[in-house]
Design a protein around this ligand. Structure first.
Ligand SMILES: [Zn+2]
Length: 153
């Protein structure tokens, strides 16, 4: 059951794309790069495969998987990308389909883009799609989870 227009449902159905596409799926969750201008390489989003408003509406399968999957993704962001820390945000004011932002912080991340500042990027902060796709694929390849085989190419 989808809302009339839901960007997350469109992404999951292939009607909308992000750099690197859906790099991993499992446990009722899909992993992909941020949908929109992104200032942080390796900023990934875990999105519920089934439409639900927020974590309080997430189905049992995805709820059970969420902790392990988020932890594995964060570990992979640190191991494969060299992030010194990874933030987790579930805000849901704009997109009413449960998703968890997993945002790396690097040694060189400017202070203004740390923490929730990552959402307040200036136009010149957006990184190239190729760089964002490559970072997403590196993380997917480093995941210690079963799921989609990462694309190579
Ligand atoms: Zn949706």
């Amino acid at each position: 059951m989808s809302e009339p227009t839901c960007a997350a449902c469109d992404l999951l159905a292939g009607r909308r794309t992000v750099p690197g596409g859906l790099v991993w799926r499992g446990g009722g969750l899909a992993l992909h790069a941020l949908d929109g201008p992104c200032p942080i390489p390796g900023w990934l989003v875990l999105t519920a495969e089934r439409h639900c408003r927020a974590l309080y509406d997430l189905d049992a399968e995805s709820t059970a998987a969420l902790g392990q999957v988020a932890q594995e993704v964060m570990r992979a962001q640190r191991a494969a990308l060299g992030a010194e820390h990874v933030y987790a945000f579930a805000i849901g004011d704009v997109l009413h389909h449960f998703h968890l932002h997993l945002v790396p912080r690097y040694v060189g991340t400017p202070q203004r883009l740390r923490g929730r500042g990552a959402f307040d990027l200036a136009p010149g902060d957006a990184r190239p799609a190729l760089e964002l796709a490559a970072a997403a694929e590196l993380v997917a390849e480093a995941l210690g989870l079963p799921g989609l085989t990462p694309r190579r190419g």
